[in-house]
Design a protein. Structure first.
Length: 191
């Protein structure tokens, strides 16, 4: 990017048009801002928690109940990250070290009143991102979705794969008790 903005000829003669130079200059300015660096560090750490479950959820041979349990672990990990002040401070220090390497210093906008730049970036970047990830995961993998996924255990091909002792129909029976003619016999009727 810098080679484009300064019209560096190290890589040969490149005749960049004005639009490319303006775009490269804008991107270089964004990449060299502390806000971008901090957002990058925070996103990297948040995604490192989400990546393993996102890979596992893509497998075709995934046990749905197990996957939902793992998602709940990820949600609790994200909540723990959000409430861990030392971890958020460490992220800020990592961003600060990276910024120092390229000659960028943390700056807070003029009209914003916070105790420090760290507090500003935590409240404006880290906490909203963590809140958003937690909210989205809870919406996609909430109690209702978990309950509905338990209904899949009634699919005959899945029933044959599992033993009678590993299945617990109590929650399903409780939910649909009024619709079942003989709720006490559900276990015997299935097997």
């Amino acid at each position: 990017m810098e080679a484009i903005t300064t019209r560096d000829t190290t890589y040969g003669s490149m005749d960049w048009d004005a639009s490319t130079i303006v775009t490269a200059t804008g991107l270089l300015k964004i990449y060299n801002s502390f806000g971008f660096i901090y957002a990058f560090i925070v996103t990297m750490h948040c995604m490192s928690v989400i990546k393993p479950i996102s890979i596992k959820l893509q497998y075709k041979t995934n046990d749905l109940a197990y996957a939902y349990m793992k998602v709940q672990h990820v949600i609790s990990d994200l909540k723990a990250m959000r409430s861990n002040d030392q971890l958020l401070h460490d992220w800020y220090e990592q961003a600060e070290a990276l910024a120092n390497d390229i000659g960028v210093s943390p700056e807070v906008p003029r009209n914003v009143e916070y105790d420090s730049a760290e507090t500003y970036y935590r409240r404006m970047t880290a906490l909203p991102l963590l809140d958003h990830l937690i909210q989205q995961m809870q919406e996609r993998f909430g109690e209702h979705q978990i309950f509905v996924s338990e209904l899949l255990t009634l699919v005959p091909s899945l029933l044959c794969e599992q033993s009678a002792t590993s299945l617990n129909f109590d929650r399903l029976v409780d939910k649909y008790r009024g619709d079942l003619p003989q709720p006490a016999l559900v276990g015997t009727e299935i097997f």
